[in-house]
Design a protein around this ligand. Structure first.
Ligand code: ADP
Ligand code: ZN
Length: 520
């Protein structure tokens, strides 16, 4: 790319060398800098460690005036301050924890600051805007910008107030930065902060050394045991509840003879800390944990992350699997999902306040699409984060072992009408018996042998019922009832009326066998 047509970028490169001691820009830092040095507001979405700070620190040095950085965590700000000052940048913080605020304010007024870090609760006060008029402001940098969005996972009302502040300085460009923002959150941030659509710079989410595999869960102990027998390095197994954590840890230790430690919020603090420390120091320990585990843990050589149940969202999945292979060596991420995970998660939607229900449903739909896709998993993940990846990655289960896709529209209509005709209160086992014409006593007792759907599924077709039911639950055409039955929901009506085709993925035999961990 012709970068010399933009002289400011050449100057930026010398500053990079002279002040920061780096030879070249990384990833899309250049794209962000080009816009910021040209006075254009920008949203930079890049993963942690990509080097986002540099994209405002460098303009702070180069541009006339002070760069005001809004950041939500005081501890984080003080870290940033130290590293900026270590590079010789004139920086200060204005937070409730700073005693030297008078000096800081004087330095700003005198135009002696490159960077001024401010907490949002202070920046949103009306006096702060008055204060800022005392000296030129070169740039507003909004760190952890997903906090302005209610759709983001860490909404902070203070962040909303920032708008009023920045609106009083319409000529000062804004640089919003975040590591976690899906499409909706990004749109929100752009709108909230008045950044144009083309101001989005986003990249670097791929973790090419992680191999993704997603398989339905038939026996989690056997499935995770198979991984542990193949991979001797440290690993994390995520389980949905405390009880499942303890149970799985015990059984995996017994099955493999390896050290397997539990981690969840219900354990005594000392035990939790000891297990975490042992894991971080080890080269072979496996930790079974609830999602409480992993935040802020820096262990580069985790060789696998397994999920024994579905994560909360694609973003949570990306974040949790992202703990594998930080050293860049090959690592595996395996998700074992159950139809019940989705059915229950969808049932719980009804307990949510109305305004959150649609959002959460959308998150589940996106997760279901990842789980059900016959195509490249990485491509689905990266597209979710707004990237434009190639169609195949060569390092996920679907690329390595392409599954068959089968049109099962007719069978789906049979299954859904069996659900309907039996009163939407029976589980899969019962429905399967009705559809295949089982002579089970219970079927006769309920009078289900006289229904029009009794025995309408042929033996060969019957093999499709289980994967089909899973798929229907994943996409929400079937949801769980309180008593463990299945009820129609979502697209079920459209499918029944023949308005919608249904295709499902039939996992290839080989991966199914290895997923079971057996050698039969
Ligand atoms: P983020 O805020 O995106 O999580 P940081 O700004 O903390 O990331 O940067 C992560 C690390 O990368 C820091 O140690 C930083 O000095 C370093 N870094 C940033 N840009 C470059 C570069 N162009 N070349 C080499 N190292 C860089
Ligand atoms: Zn792939």
């Amino acid at each position: 790319l012709a970068e010399t047509d933009f002289p400011a970028l050449d100057r930026a490169r010398s500053t990079l060398r002279d002040v920061f001691g780096f030879d070249r820009f990384r990833g899309r830092q250049t794209d962000v800098l080009r816009r910021i040095l040209d006075g254009q507001s920008t949203l930079a979405v890049m993963p942690t460690g990509a080097g986002k700070s540099l994209t405002y620190q460098l303009p702070a040095i180069m541009l006339e005036g002070t760069c005001v950085v809004i950041s939500p965590l005081i501890a984080l700000m003080h870290d940033q301050l130290r590293s900026a000052q270590a590079n010789g940048i004139r920086a200060a913080t204005l937070t409730s924890a700073d005693a030297d605020w008078r000096e800081t304010m004087d330095a700003f007024r005198a135009g002696q600051l490159d960077l001024l870090y401010v907490a949002p609760e202070r920046a949103s006060q009306p006096q702060f805007a008055d204060f800022l008029t005392a000296s030129p402001v070169a740039l507003f940098a909004i760190d952890e910008a997903h906090c302005v969005s209610e759709w983001g996972h860490d909404f902070r009302p203070d962040y909303r107030q920032m708008q009023h502040l920045m609106d009083q300085f319409p000529d000062v460009p804004r640089l919003a930065l975040t590591a976690t923002a899906d499409e909706r959150t990004r749109r929100d941030i752009l709108g909230q902060l008045g950044i144009p659509k083309e101001g989005l710079v986003l990249a670097g989410f791929d973790r090419p050394n992680i191999q993704y595999t997603i398989h339905h869960r038939d026996n989690p102990v056997r499935q995770v045991t198979a991984i542990m027998e193949e991979i001797s390095g440290p690993g994390i197994v995520y389980a949905p509840t405390r009880r499942k954590v303890e149970d799985l840890a015990e059984k995996l230790a017994a099955a493999t003879g390896r050290t397997v430690l539990p981690y969840h919020a219900g354990l005594p603090v000392e035990e939790r800390a000891a297990n975490q420390a042992a894991f971080v120091a080890s080269e072979d320990i496996v930790i079974v944990a609830t999602i409480a585990f992993g935040m802020g843990i820096d262990k580069p050589d985790v060789r696998f992350v397994a999920h024994a149940g579905i994560p909360k969202s694609i973003e949570a999945y990306y974040q949790e699997t992202g703990r594998a292979g930080r050293d860049g060596d090959p690592a595996k991420a395996m998700l074992f999902w159950g139809a019940g995970d989705f059915a229950q998660a969808r049932q719980r939607l009804s307990e949510l306040p109305e305004e959150r229900r649609n959002d959460e449903r959308a998150r589940l739909d996106m997760l279901a699409a990842l789980v059900e896709t016959p195509k490249c998993r990485r491509a689905v993940l990266l597209r979710h984060f707004g990237e434009s990846p190639p169609d195949g990655c060569g390092n996920c289960d679907n690329c390595l072992n392409p599954p068959d896709v089968t049109n099962v529209t007719e069978t789906a209509r049979k299954l859904l009408s069996a659900v309907y005709r039996t009163g939407q209160s029976f589980g899969f086992g019962h429905l399967q018996k009705v559809l295949t014409g089982s002579r089970d006593d219970r079927i006769a007792q309920k009078g289900h042998d006289s229904l029009s759907v009794y025995g309408i599924v042929e033996p060969e077709e019957a093999q499709l019922l289980q994967p089909l039911s899973r798929a229907m639950q994943a996409r929400g055409a079937l949801v769980a009832t309180e008593h463990g039955g299945l009820a129609l929901a979502g697209d079920a009506k459209a499918i029944l009326k023949g308005q919608q085709e249904v295709e499902i993925v039939i996992p290839p035999k080989r991966s199914r066998r290895s997923g079971r961990g057996g050698s039969t």
